[in-house]
Write a protein that binds this ligand. Sequence first.
Ligand SMILES: Cc1cc2nc3c(=O)[nH]c(=O)nc-3n(C[C@H](O)[C@H](O)[C@H](O)COP(=O)(O)O)c2cc1C
Length: 191
Amino acid sequence: MAETAYATSRSDHRTANGSREKRHLMTAAPVSELDGSRFRSVLGHFATGVVAITAIDPETGKPTGMAANSFTSVSLEPALVAFCVAHTSTTWPLLRAADRLCINMLSEPQIAVCKQLAVKGGDKFAGVDWSQSPAGTPVLTGALAWLECSIEAEHLAGDHVIIVARVHSLDIHDEGEPLVFYQGRYGRFDG
Ligand SMILES: Cc1cc2nc3c(=O)[nH]c(=O)nc-3n(C[C@H](O)[C@H](O)[C@H](O)COP(=O)(O)O)c2cc1C
């Protein structure tokens, strides 16, 4: 099958007021030529919030968690949310083994907690304050809101698995501005 040509030469585009403007030369790569860094760089132009997915590890009885920016809401009836987990995650199997997970929406002052949860290995909760959701999952102090969930479905998707989670209870928690993640950097919402 012939390769689709994505590269476009400089061309005229009509603007909203009818005048013509020159657009930049775009050299979009065909998917077959995508390398990881270009994929990450382009996708990094989508700003997201960050959540901490936490649970009590049933093996140890201790809290654990990981940071994720792939979180999204899915359905109201039933109440479903979703996030994606890399197959390489060493924390996900521990979270997955728990009956309930907590999805914590992180605030801007929680950058340090976010970074700590993103480190592979070690005690993810060292020095981290938390309280319990109704079913006992870890709600991080400083989180803007939390959702207590169970795993509803898992869909394999390349090097990740898409987790669809059912929401059992949820609440707004501490006040503050959200932690924003954009182009590999952290920022704050100034709306
Ligand atoms: C801002 C941010 C967003 C992240 N989003 C995800 C994500 O959506 N899915 C994922 O699998 N890992 C994500 N990670 C990586 C995990 O937090 C963690 O670093 C990774 O799972 C390795 O740690 P582990 O082996 O303890 O799981 C993200 C990390 C950061 C800092």
